[in-house]
Write a protein that binds this ligand. Structure first.
Ligand SMILES: NC(=O)c1ccc[n+]([C@@H]2O[C@H](COP(=O)([O-])OP(=O)(O)OC[C@H]3O[C@@H](n4cnc5c(N)ncnc54)[C@H](OP(=O)(O)O)[C@@H]3O)[C@@H](O)[C@H]2O)c1
Length: 235
């Protein structure tokens, strides 16, 4: 959704994900909207982030916008919640964005200026703003951590003309949330109630990402924009 918006706004986009075939297919499909390339990498471990950073640096010497979107969740009853469910979620949702920011700073610095800062956009969640009803303890904790990391990095990087902001999506129909839209699924009740009575659409995320990436969004740093139809803002 974010890539589609950025391509429509005229950016050249590089997408990533774990599997080479899926990434190539995604880049190919998105190429209908503009120049799009794919670099596969598994960000679960630091070696994967290092590989993505290396391949990006081979391809370009500047990066205008970094969108940290990869994320995962874990649901289990409190009494049974495994330690592994914390390690896995924190590694991808918090440590990987940090690894990518650190490793890509030279490219971001090369694109940054007072007139047009480089942008880091972290995809957090409303679950980092208020406790969700679902038993996804490591996920909510990871997204709250990502929001603080956003502010901390924003403070550190403001003098270098790099903005760091976050988007907190509400409910969007994706692979991660497919079970909430399946009434037969035992955990479909995890689905939050939405004040605007509809899930988010592509243009809702795309619009927020493009705003934060555009000249119009260049005077914001350290903020979180909930794109949630009212979840965590009025309910
Ligand atoms: N959907 C919602 O309602 C919602 C709400 C709030 C926040 N979010 C956030 O939005 C972001 C995107 O999630 P989504 O809803 O689009 O879920 P999704 O369909 O499950 O997508 C997750 C994304 O993360 C990538 N990913 C997962 N594990 C990875 C790994 N180890 N290494 C590299 N990439 C990995 C996936 O790529 P591959 O599978 O191809 O590797 C995919 O691009 C996440 O940060 C999520 O927390 C979503």
């Amino acid at each position: 959704m974010a890539a589609e918006g950025l391509l429509a706004a005229g950016a050249t986009v590089i997408v990533s994900g774990r599997r080479e075939g899926d990434v190539a297919a995604m880049a190919q499909a998105l190429s209908a909207h503009g120049p799009c390339h794919g670099i596969p990498a598994d960000l679960a471990a630091p070696e994967g982030a290092a590989l993505l950073i290396r391949r990006l640096r081979e391809r370009t010497d500047r990066l205008d916008i970094l969108v940290n979107n990869a994320g995962t969740s874990w649901g289990a009853a409190l009494d049974e919640f495994p330690r592994h469910g914390f390690d896995k979620v924190l590694a991808l949702n918090v440590a990987a964005p940090f690894d990518l920011v650190r490793g890509l700073l030279p490219l971001l610095r090369a694109a940054a200026s007072a007139a047009s800062p480089a942008r880091i956009i972290n995809i957090a969640s409303v679950d980092g703003l208020r406790p969700p009803s679902a038993e996804t303890y490591s996920y909510s904790a990871s997204k709250a951590a990502l929001l603080m990391l956003t502010r901390h990095l924003a403070a550190r990087l403001v003098a270098e003309h790099i903005t760091v902001n976050a988007i907190a999506p509400g409910l969007f129909a994706t692979r991660m949330t497919a079970y909430m839209f399946d009434p037969a699924h035992p955990r479909s009740g995890d689905r939050p109630s939405i004040p605007m009575s509809r899930p988010g659409r592509t243009e809702d995320i795309a619009g927020a990402v493009v705003y934060l990436s555009a000249l119009a969004g260049s005077y914001l740093t350290g903020v979180v924009i909930p794109v949630s139809g009212g979840i965590a803002t009025i309910a």
